[in-house]
Design a protein around this ligand. Sequence first.
Ligand code: ZN
Length: 431
Amino acid sequence: MDLGERIFALAEEIFPICRSITGDGVRETLRCLKRYIDLQVREVPTGTKVFDWTVPKEWNIRDAFVKNTQGERIIDIGSSNLHVLNYSTPIHGEMPLSDLKPHLFTLPEQPDLIPYRTSYYREAWGFCLSHNQLLQLPEGTYEVCIDSSLEDGHLTYGEFLCPGASEDEILLTAHVCHPSLANDNCSGLATLTYLARHLSAKNTRYTYRFLFAPGTIGAITWLARNEHKVGHIKHGLVVSCVGDGGGPTYKKSRRGDAPIDRAFCHVLRRIATTPNILDFSPYGYDERQFCSPGFDLPVGLFQRSQFGRFQEYHTSADDLAFIRPQHLASSYRMIAAVLHMLERDYRPVSANPKCEPQLGRRGLYEPVGGQTHTPDYTMALLWVANLADGRHSLLDMAERADLPFDLIVEVAQALRTKGLLTECGGRIING
Ligand code: ZN
């Protein structure tokens, strides 16, 4: 299997699990991911104060259905876990259609699809179904059963730390709270798991922290418990909806000019013809928490189609047919390209800052072997030699010169080999 097929297979494996912001669905999902990476699973008790929030009661569900007078399950969680309003309180009884209707949720605009609805912080029960099915329900008495529990328990999240040479961290996170929705976010969980496994076998400069937590309350809980660690986070990324063919979309951090923002813009503008680059807004995924003013971390959001902007979003149409192995693989490569860029970025200092170094004497203008350098290569040499004042990173230079980062790296290495550059705060390489 190629990379895309393997990521897809993992997404497919976790797709049927009925997840929520707490409960056994999250635990079972994390157990699946743990087969690939040495995930640490954390349990935080109900009632724990986390900034302005409180860890809620734990929700678990065993069964949910509506039966007609013939005893047939006309709505059944067994056919789709989207059928139950997520976090529904338990109920069992009989009622006429008129009493049931206020608890039924549909999408009149998309009458064939089942919506995904939640009621985390207001106790309620309900069912989601297609609008067409609702229109066909005859009057009569229905048996309604939601065999759920909402009790003191835990909020569960998973964390994987992949140590690098430096304590400086790159945080990568995906939400683990949605039930059977493939793009949102089986795609993100599977993609980051494969990325984590890949990085754990590499010698990296950065330490990588992977966080798989329920949306909003999970990120808030993690931040509340790890406030002392956030100073290590130099770059961060929220990953969701990365299995469809749209976008790519990158939403910048609140800072707007963090290195991860600029690295993503650089990579996506070179890979995609029309990348969707968005400024920060306080609506979206967990970047809202990481970019809240008390933290203001350099954390962006990567997606393919932008959330809320695709027809399948938060409906039963966000199924396994909506995500494709080749899109998962290309999303993986886009993120990996940005991480590879951050790994190689540094601020060089010229060892010869007074006037231009004599490049020709060192063979940098005319390489041995007869081939000539491209004009871009020569311009890159001149830019790097000029901007190597310890204040500009290689990424700054790539942007200012409007040249590919890889070329800037190659040229900087050539200058280092000739003893013309040092790393800011570092030593001359081969000098
Ligand atoms: Zn969502």
